[in-house]
Write a protein that binds this ligand. Structure first.
Ligand code: ATP
Ligand code: MG
Length: 459
């Protein structure tokens, strides 16, 4: 078959082959080419050992942790090209030294150790001129599984997941990225082995979860995560919210808390692709499990659920080893997701909201609100929400403090020909109040003029 390949990819294979080694394109790149997708990440496999590769590629380096040789891309920002020697095992979470890794002898041995059929194919380049001609090597019917949109373990799924539990998370994440289903036996094996995920370093689980959230199909991915039994282990607080009823007289909620949470993620994701915002949308109501109260008249309340939820968010952030910054954002978005959009609230109440949720998170908070509304069966927006959005912009145009005035103490001293002293502060205070009360625009010229006027009054 004929395909297009970047020059550099052809060159890497050619250098290996010129040195009498076997060399193939493998893994995600083959899968993505067959699916007609753009490839960002090229993986190669060869029978050359890392030492042999270091000799023939001048600027290559040895990634000690995985026994992979990297060749930096010449294109800025592009990931390095990774070449891995045929392996007979492929466990990513072991801490073994690569010298203990057993190299494989054949391509087949290498492909057999890969995770899923769609990831276990290789391209052999037969000709690179005038057009690139390749032969697909597909021992496990990966191409058929692409057509059927299935993630299927290579070999015995039960064995493959007990060998390396991270593969279970990879299955769900790749399903979410490609919008595939997990094949029946493979899914069954994940259900049986889900608890093994506890053995995996949480950093790796986090990476997969954040990739799942950032994917094009996070909602579908979460449904699979739940069905696979993995949600119960990595996000037990969320699992508990399924079946928590919130139907009550005169309220619009038509779904249980868990279903509503997934739907909120689904709709938030249409507007926002930041994985932490998406995670916040998913867990914004986790506090409802602990705060559920059914009153005698049948009305269900979740008093203070955002406060309880924010505590749970912190716990989740710690478990997932989120960075300090990510944890702070997650907490704020959950803690303040109940912000009020009442048209009668004061400017200072709106400013307080901005301060609390964090100015850099305001848009994310609004996106979650829209997702929350759509995920409860409400309309996307309301006139109150639109008015609130307008006022958010409006209040930010006004100075929050004297420091935001477009004039400073030095300029005032110059205009009034005075020395440093309390008078400077008094003038600033007068200007500030006039600007806040809209008697004066916060513009340099207007402020200077006003200072001059004040000066006339003073003398
Ligand atoms: P992407 O790079 O788009 O996330 P990918 O399939 O290329 O997807 P990588 O993590 O780059 O994923 O891994 C490259 C290849 O290595 C995979 O396609 C798969 O063949 C193999 N692989 C990765 N992780 C494992 C694992 N835990 N067990 C078995 N094989 C794996
Ligand atoms: Mg890859």
């Amino acid at each position: 078959m004929e395909i297009k390949l970047p020059e550099k990819v052809i060159e890497i294979i050619k250098i290996l082959k010129d040195n009498k080694f076997e060399a193939y394109i493998v893994g995600g790149a083959v899968r993505d080419i067959l699916m007609g997708k753009e490839v960002y990440d090229w993986d190669f496999t060869t029978n050359a050992t890392p030492e042999q590769m270091l000799k023939i590629f001048s600027n290559s380096y040895y990634d000690n942790e995985f026994g992979t040789v990297g060749i930096p891309s010449e294109i800025e920002g592009e990931r390095p090209y990774e070449i891995t020697t045929f392996r007979t095992e492929r466990k990513y979470d072991d801490k073994r030294h690569p010298s203990e890794v057993k190299w494989g002898k054949t391509l087949e041995e290498d492909l057999k150790r890969r995770d899923f059929t769609i990831n276990a194919m290789a391209f052999d380049i037969l000709k690179d001129k005038p057009k690139v001609e390749v032969r697909l090597i597909d021992y496990f019917d990966g191409q058929k599984d692409i057509e059927k949109k299935l993630i299927r373990a290579v070999g015995e799924p039960q064995e493959r997941f007990s060998e390396d539990a991270l593969r279970m998370m990879r299955a769900v994440r790749i399903a979410a990225e490609l919008n595939f289903k997990i094949e029946e036996k493979t899914l069954e094996a994940i259900k049986n082995n889900a608890s093994l995920i506890k053995k995996i370093a949480y950093e790796r689980v986090r990476d997969e979860l954040l990739k799942l959230l950032a994917s094009n199909h996070p909602y579908e991915g979460m449904l699979i995560l739940r069905e696979s039994g993995l949600m119960e282990i990595i996000l037990p607080e969320l699992e508990k919210t399924f079946g928590v009823d919130q139907v009550s007289p005169n309220r619009h909620h038509i779904y249980d808390v868990g279903t509503h949470s997934l739907l909120t993620l689904k709709y938030t994701a249409l507007k926002n692709n930041d994985p932490i915002t998406r995670l916040a949308s998913l867990i914004h109501d986790v506090g409802k499990y602990q705060t559920y109260k059914k009153q005698e008249n049948g009305v269900i309340t979740f008093y203070n659920h955002e406060v309880v939820g924010a505590k749970i968010a912190n716990r989740i952030a710690d478990r997932l080893r989120l960075s300090k910054k990510q944890k702070d954002k997650l907490w704020r978005l959950v803690r303040y997701h109940q912000f009020t959009v009442d048209e009668k609230q004061t400017d200072s109440a709106i400013r307080r909201f901005i301060r609390e949720v964090g100015i850099e998170n305001v848009k994310d908070a609004i996106d979650i609100r829209v997702g929350d509304r759509l995920g409860s069966g409400a309309r996307e927006t309301s006139w109150r929400l639109e008015e609130f959005k307008r006022r958010l912009v409006e209040v930010q145009k006004e100075p929050f403090s004297i420091r935001d005035l477009k004039i400073d103490g030095n300029q005032i001293m110059e205009i009034l020909k005075i020395k440093p002293g309390p008078k400077v502060g008094q003038v600033l205070q007068i200007l500030f109040e006039k600007v806040v009360n809209k008697e004066l625009p916060n513009e340099e010229e207007a402020l200077k003029e006003e200072v001059a006027n004040i000066g006339k009054g003073l003398s």
